[in-house]
Design a protein around this ligand. Structure first.
Ligand SMILES: C[S@@+](CC[C@H](N)C(=O)[O-])C[C@H]1O[C@@H](n2cnc3c(N)ncnc32)[C@H](O)[C@@H]1O
Length: 266
């Protein structure tokens, strides 16, 4: 449950204009990793899948292609309107904290960058584990989001690194105030074991993100999505404009957050 210090409100919002851009960048950056891990489960014709917090719907669409006409994919999201219509996908407005998990037995349940935002994450993971068919796979990915001052690999000007660190820390503080846990990703593995899942393993994806390319454009889209909260947290209009320019500069390069994906089997 949200504590007195957190709002318990999901930090981003799929209704805000910059959301489509944010979700597209996430898909471009992270789908190759997620698809590789999901493919390793053997997901294929006839499998029943549930993608939670589907965002742009690219993983649900990919799963629908794998499972074919004999399988099905449910795409559930608080605000699912970015999921494209597809004959193999049932799109649902769905709150994983409170709504009943659809009464199918799922062969794969996948959630990327969802549980880290939810104070109820451990209880949610236990419920999802229960919703698996025998032998089914739970695949959970979240960012281990560092606020250390050693993320910048190269910056065009002195002062850029401090500016980026301020932006990253302020963004992270906002997410934490809204209930996110920046280090939860490291506990997914143990939580899967505690939920009784077997064959648990964890894969890690890390990238370098250069100005003007998807990773930095994701940071930039976040700066627009959360402009009000960033300003209220003390960042000036000028600082935000400077950081946005930096995120377009090809000589700026940062280390991405670590994406930890844990896989467990019922
Ligand atoms: C950061 S986005 C990640 C989208 C996508 N999974 C990806 O990795 O590209 C988080 C998504 O989870 C959804 N979400 C947030 N809270 C949720 C909840 N309680 N139940 C279901 N979906 C939720 C958001 O609407 C958003 O689409």
């Amino acid at each position: 449950m949200p504590t007195a210090e957190t709002t318990g409100r999901y930090t981003f919002d799929n209704d805000i204009p910059a959301a489509a851009e944010q979700l597209d960048h996430l898909a471009e950056l992270l789908d190759p990793h997620s698809q590789r891990v999901l493919a390793n489960t053997g997901v294929g014709p006839g499998w029943r899948c549930f993608d939670i917090g589907s965002g742009a719907g690219t993983i649900a669409t990919w799963l629908a292609g794998r499972v074919g006409a004999d399988g099905y994919v449910v795409a559930g999201d608080l605000k699912p309107h970015h999921v494209p219509a597809h004959h193999g996908i049932e799109v649902r407005r769905f709150d994983v904290r409170t709504d009943e998990v659809p009464a199918h037995a799922f062969d794969v349940i996948h959630a990327r960058l969802v549980l880290m935002h939810l104070p109820e994450r451990e209880r949610v993971l236990h419920r999802l584990a229960q919703a698996l068919a025998p032998g089914g796979y739970l695949v959970i990915s979240d960012f281990h989001w560092s606020t250390a001052s050693d993320l910048v690999l190269h910056a065009p000007n002195s002062g850029d690194e401090a500016l980026f660190d301020l932006f990253n820390r302020t963004l992270a503080d906002i997410a934490v105030r809204n209930g996110a846990d920046l280090t939860w990703a490291r506990r997914i593995h143990a939580t899967m074991r505690a939920a009784g899942l077997a064959e648990v393993y964890t894969e890690i994806d890390v990238q370098s993100w250069a100005g003007g390319q998807s990773g930095c454009l994701l940071d930039r889209a976040n700066s627009f999505q959360l402009e009000g909260q960033l300003r209220r947290a003390g960042m000036s209009h000028g600082q935000l404009e400077q950081v946005r320019a930096l995120l377009l500069h090809p000589d700026f390069v940062r280390l991405s957050p670590l994406l930890l994906t844990s896989v467990g089997r019922k």
